[in-house]
Write a protein that binds this ligand. Structure first.
Ligand SMILES: Nc1ncnc2c1ncn2[C@@H]1O[C@H](COP(=O)(O)OP(=O)(O)OP(=O)(O)O)[C@@H](O)[C@H]1O
Length: 272
């Protein structure tokens, strides 16, 4: 299947399309000439869908996320959010990166208030709302701390609270738990799922970890080795709430084998 053109626009999903990625190609100009990072990616992301993207290192996952975020321009093709072509960043899309990207000179509460102020919410109301988002990630007791006083997991929780406070319709997450230890990672996965089920956001989440992808996603996108394309799309029909016990089920293990073997084949392509 690798290398074949796949039309993934007709997936069996009746929810409205929130983000449309239409035949996106990205070429970087490097010292060694042109480098095709994405070669015709087409994808519909539905309202309230939780998508995880997996694929070998360098296959263009971050490039795709940055194009959807409007941080990068595609060389050809286009991205539409709510039917409008993406021409830059926008409040309809929020991004969480692996490295927390908090303002070190602001307290935890002020970091979250920053996102609220961008929405025109000021003063006491911004403070109260910031506390609500900090409660969501169980950090209300750390509101007056500075980022440097927090652990990696706590910083990432603040980044997630800030992303939610901006009230985007689509949350774009680039390996947000990649730098965390296994226990913190598991805890944040659970919190993220609970928040997703409550707040009904559309999530586009990049990970290297196939287990993480299956525990979180309704849909797993497998990307091929560079130049990146969509190799396969796997529906995860395991009901929510999913827990650590879910990982012991036959269904989970079968999905893990299926996805992992495809990712591994692409990894072998990279090594050729
Ligand atoms: N600004 C840039 N200029 C030139 N090449 C780039 C640039 N950004 C990324 N690339 C190249 O494009 C390809 C795709 O990179 P990208 O970061 O999107 O991959 P990725 O799948 O997210 O990788 P990883 O899983 O390792 O984070 C890589 O070969 C990378 O070296």
């Amino acid at each position: 299947m690798a290398g074949e053109e796949r039309d993934l626009t007709n997936r069996d999903d009746s929810r409205p399309v929130r983000v449309k990625v239409d035949n996106v190609k990205k070429i970087y100009n490097t010292r060694n000439g042109e480098m095709v990072a994405l070669n015709g990616v087409t994808l519909d992301i539905h309202d309230n869908e939780f998508i995880c993207v997996v694929g070998p290192s360098g296959c263009g996952k971050s490039t795709l996320l940055n194009i959807i975020a409007g941080l990068l321009e595609p060389t050809s093709g286009a991205v539409y959010c709510n039917g409008k072509e993406v021409k830059g960043t926008g409040t309809d899309r929020g991004v969480v990166f692996q490295q927390y990207a908090l303002f070190p000179w602001l307290t935890v509460k002020k970091n979250v208030m920053f996102a609220l102020e961008m929405r025109g919410i000021k003063g006491k109301q911004a403070e109260e709302e910031a506390m609500k988002y900090l409660e969501m990630v169980q950090l209300e007791k750390f509101a007056e701390h500075y980022p440097k006083e927090l652990s990696g997991g706590m910083k990432q929780r603040v980044a997630i609270a800030r992303a939610y406070a901006a009230e985007p319709e689509v949350l774009l997450m680039d390996e947000p738990f990649g730098a965390l230890d296994a226990q913190t990672r598991t805890q944040l996965q659970t919190e993220l799922l609970e928040t997703w089920q409550r707040e009904k956001k559309t999530c586009f989440f990049i990970t290297h970890d196939v287990e993480e992808a299956i525990i979180l996603a309704q849909t797993v996108i497998i990307m091929s080795a560079r130049p990146g394309r969509i190799r396969d799309i796997v529906k995860i029909d395991i009901p929510y709430p999913r827990t650590q016990e879910t990982k012991m089920t036959k269904e989970f293990m079968e999905l893990k084998n299926e996805i992992w073997s495809q990712v591994y084949q692409e990894y072998l392509e990279v090594r050729k």
